[in-house]
Write a protein of this length. Structure first.
Lengths: 387, 395
C-alpha cells in the first residue's frame, strides 16, 4: 500500500505551482479573458508545448511523455487553484481520453500526436440545449440513409467551442435508441453547415458555445472508431474526465481555504483578528474537513484510473460528486467569511464560486452522479435526476 | 501510488480471517454481531478476550516481548478489517489494548511494560479511563481529583480522592489509568500526573449511569482514599498532561482505521432494510444512501493516506479531520436508518427498553460527536493547530 505521490509526482506539482505562480496571477488571468476565445493564448502555448503538459498523459508512441492520470490530475489540481482559463481540460482531459478509448489506431496516432504537440484544441459536443449529461439525450442526429452522410441538430455547452480547431460530436444514428447507434464524429468548426454561437456564461473563465449542425456532410472516416459503438468506451472516457474535473475542484477548494485562512488572520474586528472567534474558526475547520475528504476522493480516483482498476466508474462518481459539492460549499464559505469584500467583483472569491457552480453542472450533477453510484453499488432505481 | 496490499499482507489477511471465522462459527458463535452499544454477555465477552490472547490476536501491534506479534501498521489495519467483517464482538479490552498499551509503550518504564502489558494481551486484566470529571469535560485541564504521596520512602503510596465520570467499562475493570492533580495548588496543565490505580479496593466505588439508549456502559467512579504504589505513575510526576494527550491521540489515530468495516456492516444492514421495505426506490432515500456510501469510501481512502504517512513517520493533515468526519457521518447514518425503517423502527424489540441494531445505531451514534473530543473541540483543534488561527482567549 503506497497511497501517496512519488518523488517524481511531487516534482511535477512543484514545477507546475511555481510556473503558475509567476505566470497565472489573478490580474494576468483576468486580462486573458479579454483575448479572443477568452483565454491567454500565449500562456496556453507555454503550458501545452514548452512545459509539455498537453502530452503528459499521452503515450510516448504518440509523442507524449507517457505518464498517467495521476500526473494529469496533479496539473488539473494546480490549474484549479488559479482557475486558469485554457483549452486544457476540454482538449487534454476530455477529448484525449475519448480518442484513446474510441479511435482507430491511425486516428489515435494522428490526433493524440497533435494534442501532445499542443497543436490541436478540441471542443466536445456531448449535450443538447437543455444541458443534460452526455448520452441522456443526444441532440445531433447522424443520417446514413442517403449517398452522403449528414449531421443535423444543435449541441450546446461546448467548452471553448469558439476557439476549437476540431469538434468531437456525440451523434445518434437516425432511428436508433438506448445504448445503440451512438458514435463520435470529427467535424471542423469551419465546415459548411456548422455555426458556433458563444454564450456569456455564469463562469466567465470557462466559456461555452452552442453549435448548430445543418445538413453537415460527413465522410465515413470522420467517425471515430466503429460507427454506432461509442457507448461503452464513452463511459470510460467520461469517468476519466470526471476524475480530472474533481481534481480541478479540489484545487479550487484548497485555494479558497488558504485564501480565507489568511484573510481571517489579518482582518481585525472588536480588537481581535476575526480568526480568533469560534464562529469563524468552526466554519474554516469545516472547510478543511471537506478539503481533506475531497483530496482523498480525488487522489484515490486518479490512482484507480492509473491502475486501470474495475472500480473506475464508482471512484469517478464518488470523486465528481464529493469534490464538486465541497468546492461549492468552500466557495460559499469564502464569500461569507470575507464579508462585504467577498461580494465585490474585485475580490477573487466570486470567480471560484462561479467555477464551482459550473463544474458541479458539468458531466452530470452531484445528485446525478449519486444515483449512478447507487445503481452500481446497491441496485434498484429511482428516476434519474434530470441534470 | 500503489493501491492494495502485498501478497504477503493478503496471506496475513487469510490467516486472520480463517482464525476468526473458525471461532465465530464455533465456540463463540453467540457473540457474533455484538456491538459497542450492547451491554450483554459480559462474562462471555471476557472469555472471548482470553481466546484472542491465546490465539495471539489480542494486541498484534505490540512487541512480541510484551505479548504482541510485532505486526506492521498494514497488518493491524487488515486484522481490524477482518475483525469487523466477520462480525466479531466489540472489544471489552479496548481501553487496555488501544489506549493504555500504546501509552505505556511510549512513556512507561521497562518494569511497567513487563508488569502491565502481558496480562492485557492475555485478556486477563481489563482497564478503564479516568479523565473526565463533573467539572472537567472538554476543559480537561480542570481536573480536581487529588493524589498525595504518603508513607515512608520505600513503601510510599499515592492516596487518591475525587470523582471521575463517563468511565466506560469501570464496572468490570481491574485497573484504571487516571489523570490526577499531584501538586497542591497547581492549576491547568501543570501539576497533573498519570496514575495507574487498582479498581478492586475499598477506596473505589463505581456507580452505573444509565444512557439514553437504556443501557449503562459508563459510570461514575469515586475515589475515597484509594491507594496505589508510588511507582504506578506513567511519565514523570507532574507531566501527566503530556501523557494523557498522547493517549487521546491514540484514540483519534491509527486505532480507528479498522472501524470502517463495522460501519460498512451498518450501512449494509440499512440497505438490506431498504430493499426489504421498498424504500430502496425512493429518490431521497437513495440520495442519502449514496451520500453514506461516498462518506464511507472517503473514510477508507483517508485511512489509506494516514496509513501510508504513518508508515513514513509523518502525521498528515487528514489525521486532524478524521474523527469529526466519521462522527458526523455515523450520526447521519443513524438518522437515515430510522428514516428507512419508518415508524416500525420506533417499536422496541422487547421490554423494558431493548433495541435492535439499527435503532441502537440511531440512539448510540449521538455519543459519537461527544466522546473522544466533541465536534466543537475538534473544530477548535483543526482551526488552531492545523490552520494556525489565533487561540481563543483563555484565563
Amino acid at each position: 500500500m503506497q497511497f501517496a505521490h512519488t518523488e517524481e509526482q511531487r516534482l511535477i506539482r512543484e514545477s507546475a505551482r511555481s510556473f503558475l505562480a509567476s505566470r497565472a496571477g489573478a490580474a494576468q488571468l483576468r486580462a486573458g479573458l479579454e483575448q479572443p476565445g477568452a483565454y491567454d493564448a500565449q500562456l496556453w502555448r507555454q503550458m501545452a508545448s514548452e512545459m509539455g503538459w498537453a502530452g503528459l498523459a499521452i503515450a510516448a508512441e504518440h509523442g507524449g511523455a507517457g505518464l498517467g492520470w495521476v500526473e494529469l490530475c496533479i496539473l488539473q489540481e494546480e490549474q484549479g487553484r488559479h482557475l486558469v482559463p485554457s483549452p486544457f481540460f476540454s482538449t487534454v482531459a476530455l477529448a484525449a481520453p475519448l480518442i484513446e478509448a474510441i479511435g482507430s489506431a491511425a486516428q489515435r496516432h494522428a490526433l493524440l500526436g497533435r494534442i501532445a504537440a499542443g497543436e490541436l484544441r478540441i471542443g466536445c459536443v456531448l449535450s443538447g440545449t437543455d444541458g443534460r449529461p452526455p448520452c441522456e439525450d443526444v441532440a445531433v442526429e447522424l443520417n446514413t440513409s442517403g449517398a452522403a452522410w449528414t449531421l443535423n441538430g444543435v449541441g450546446d455547452f461546448v467548452i471553448h467551442g469558439d476557439s476549437a480547431d476540431l469538434l468531437l460530436v456525440l451523434v445518434r444514428a437516425a432511428g436508433s435508441a438506448g445504448a445503440d447507434g451512438l458514435s463520435i464524429a470529427m467535424v471542423s468548426p469551419s465546415a459548411a453547415g456548422v455555426a458556433v454561437h458563444p454564450h456569456v456564461m455564469l463562469d466567465l473563465t470557462r466559456p461555452m458555445s452552442k453549435v448548430e449542425f445543418t445538413a453537415v456532410a460527413l465522410e465515413r472516416d470522420q467517425i471515430l472508431g466503429e460507427t454506432g459503438a461509442a457507448r461503452a468506451p464513452l463511459e470510460r472516457a467520461l469517468s476519466l474526465a470526471s476524475i480530472a474535473l474533481a481534481a480541478e475542484a479540489l484545487g479550487g477548494a484548497e485555494r479558497l481555504l488558504e485564501m480565507t485562512t489568511d484573510y481571517v488572520k489579518q482582518r481585525t474586528q472588536f480588537g481581535r483578528p476575526i480568526g480568533s472567534f469560534q464562529a469563524i474558526k468552526h466554519r474554516l475547520a469545516d472547510m478543511m474537513v471537506q478539503v481533506e475528504a475531497a483530496r482523498s476522493a480525488a487522489w484515490y480516483a486518479a490512482a484507480v484510473a492509473q491502475e486501470g482498476d474495475d472500480e473506475l466508474a464508482e471512484a469517478a462518481a464518488i470523486a465528481k460528486s464529493y469534490c464538486c459539492d465541497a468546492f461549492c460549499d468552500c466557495a460559499a464559505s469564502a464569500i461569507q467569511l470575507h464579508g462585504g469584500v467577498g461580494f465585490t467583483w474585485e475580490h477573487e472569491a466570486h470567480w471560484y464560486f462561479k467555477r464551482a457552480r459550473a463544474s458541479a453542472s458539468l458531466l452530470g450533477s452531484p445528485a446525478w452522479q449519486r444515483e449512478r453510484l447507487m445503481r452500481i453499488v446497491a441496485g434498484g432505481a429511482a428516476a434519474t435526476p434530470r441534470f | 501510488m500503489r493501491l492494495g496490499f502485498t501478497p504477503q499482507e493478503e496471506r496475513f489477511r487469510g490467516e486472520a480471517a480463517a482464525w476468526l471465522e473458525a471461532q465465530l462459527t464455533g465456540p463463540f458463535r453467540d457473540l457474533r454481531g455484538i456491538d459497542m452499544g450492547s451491554g450483554e454477555l459480559l462474562a462471555r465477552r471476557q472469555e472471548w478476550e482470553r481466546a484472542l490472547g491465546r490465539g495471539g490476536w489480542s494486541c498484534i501491534g505490540w512487541p512480541a516481548a510484551y505479548g504482541g506479534r510485532d505486526a506492521s501498521l498494514a497488518e493491524q489495519v487488515i486484522f481490524a478489517e477482518e475483525y469487523a467483517r466477520t462480525g466479531a464482538p466489540a472489544r471489552l479490552a479496548y481501553m487496555g489494548v488501544e489506549l493504555l498499551g500504546p501509552t505505556l509503550l511510549a512513556f512507561g518504564t521497562e518494569e511497567q511494560k513487563r508488569r502491565f502489558l502481558p496480562p492485557i494481551a492475555r485478556g486477563e486484566q481489563f482497564w478503564c479511563q479516568g479523565y473526565s470529571e463533573p467539572n472537567a469535560g472538554s476543559d480537561l485541564a480542570g481536573v480536581r481529583t487529588r493524589a498525595t504521596l504518603e508513607g515512608r520512602a520505600n513503601e510510599a503510596e499515592w492516596v487518591v480522592n475525587g470523582q471521575k465520570i463517563w468511565t466506560s467499562y469501570a464496572h468490570f475493570a481491574d485497573w484504571a489509568f487516571v489523570l490526577c492533580r499531584t501538586e497542591e495548588g497547581s492549576q491547568g496543565h501543570q501539576g497533573l500526573s498519570y496514575l495507574l490505580i487498582p479498581m478492586r479496593q475499598p477506596g473505589v466505588t463505581v456507580r452505573p449511569i444509565r444512557q439514553l439508549t437504556g443501557g449503562a456502559e459508563f459510570n461514575e467512579t469515586f475515589f475515597t482514599g484509594a491507594r496505589t504504589a508510588a511507582g504506578n505513575v506513567v511519565g514523570a510526576v507532574g507531566e501527566g498532561w503530556k501523557v494523557a494527550m498522547a493517549t487521546l491521540s491514540f484514540e483519534r489515530g491509527v486505532s480507528t482505521l479498522g472501524q470502517q468495516m463495522g460501519f460498512r456492516n451498518e450501512l449494509n444492514a440499512i440497505i438490506a432494510a431498504a430493499r426489504a421495505n421498498g424504500q430502496i426506490d425512493d429518490p431521497d432515500i437513495r440520495q442519502r444512501l449514496a451520500h453514506a456510501h461516498v462518506g464511507l469510501k472517503i473514510m477508507r481512502y483517508s485511512a489509506l493516506r494516514m496509513l501510508t504517512s504513518a508508515e513514513s513517520g509523518v502525521l498528515s493533515s487528514e489525521a486532524y479531520t478524521y474523527k469529526i468526519f466519521w462522527a458526523i457521518w455515523r450520526k447521519k447514518l443513524g438518522s437515515l436508518a430510522l428514516d428507512v425503517l419508518g415508524p416500525a423502527g420506533e417499536i422496541a424489540s422487547r421490554a423494558p427498553y431493548h433495541w435492535g441494531p439499527l435503532p441502537r445505531l440511531f440512539l448510540g451514534s449521538r455519543a459519537d460527536t461527544i466522546y473522544g473530543g466533541t465536534s466543537q473541540i475538534q473544530r477548535n483543534i483543526i482551526a488552531e493547530r492545523a490552520l494556525g488561527l489565533p487561540r481563543e482567549p483563555r484565563k
